[in-house]
Design a protein around this ligand. Structure first.
Ligand SMILES: [Zn+2]
Length: 300
């Protein structure tokens, strides 16, 4: 039996009292990704000290969405919160109860920034769900030079994904209600600069939406520069049974058509269908979860 307190993540609202947009920032939708909560904590301190001053609209944040997973330092407890995300009539899994709390917040927001990190080596990138001017312009404003787009289509195109609602996460759900929303992958889970990337992105989002003015000396300037490019997602490989990667792949590893990425224990090889980059290769992926994605460089 899961304690009720874990079903009520803290939702903080800063209301300027002036009409304007609502910017919502989420941390720890996945419990083992500490950069979001860390970045948000620093933003809250800067609001407190007057270094961030609200001008119009609202700033809403849920610093730790998946409370119990965060406490256990696991991705999720019973269901990946960033899949099948919609309010359930009969909540069963722990995360179903979180849906009931976060969906109303997502329905009310104009801009969403969902902070994540990942499990392979590599630098930060923005996951862009919709390729329209508003979303591209918002994504570019966050100060992260890499943008990956076309994820939902890549998921839907995979025959092994039976229920298409699987692709419904925080950004997809909020977009159903008109929000402009992106996921920011701040880098590896344990990169010390992941929280810095998230922090700068929140400041940039505040400036972009006009909800706040921020002291420029708040920005972290020590983040290593990475090459700027846009990647169009080509598809996803689901790990359907036991198997292994052939190399210690990193995120954005360049690969060519026919390169063998992984081998199932029964001998079947999984190879690249086209030239491009590996996206979020997950060495320890559990069976029936995303093993790796791939993408091709294509300017937005
Ligand atoms: Zn995540």
């Amino acid at each position: 039996m899961i304690d009720e307190k874990y079903k009520n993540p803290e939702i903080l609202t800063f209301d300027s009292g002036v009409e304007g947009s609502t910017l919502t920032v989420l941390g720890a939708v996945h419990g083992d990704e500490p950069c979001g909560p860390r970045a948000i904590k620093r933003v809250l301190a800067a609001i407190e000290s007057g270094k961030i001053r609200l001008l119009k609209g609202k700033f809403v944040t849920i610093p730790v969405v998946n409370l119990l997973a965060e406490e256990k330092n696991v991705r999720f407890v019973e269901r990946n919160l960033n899949r099948f995300l919609y309010p359930k009539e009969n909540p069963k899994d722990y995360e179903d109860f979180l849906d009931l709390k976060i969906c109303p917040v997502l329905e009310e927001t104009d801009y969403l920034l969902d902070l994540h990190s990942y499990h392979s080596k590599g630098s930060a990138f923005v996951f862009l769900g919709v390729r329209d001017e508003a979303n591209i312009s918002y994504a570019r404003a966050l100060g992260v030079p890499r943008i990956i787009y076309g994820w939902a289509d890549a998921m839907k195109a995979n025959d092994d994904v039976a229920d298409k609602r699987e692709a419904m996460g925080t950004t997809e759900y909020s977009r159903e209600f008109g929000a402009i929303s992106v996921t920011l992958e701040c880098g590896h889970h344990h990169n010390p600069e992941a929280a810095d990337v998230g922090f700068n992105a929140i400041l940039n989002a505040m400036k972009y939406t006009g909800i706040a003015e921020v002291d420029e000396d708040l920005f972290v300037t020590s983040i290593p520069e990475s090459e700027s490019y846009d990647i169009k997602m080509g598809g996803m490989f689901l790990k359907t049974r036991a198997g292994k990667f052939l190399e210690d792949w990193t995120n954005m590893n360049p690969v060519s058509t026919g390169d063998v990425i992984a081998r199932y224990d029964d001998g079947e090889e999984v190879s690249m269908p086209e030239d491009g980059f590996l996206v979020l290769p997950h060495k320890e992926a559990p069976i029936m979860s995303n093993w790796f994605f791939w993408g091709v460089p294509e300017k937005l």
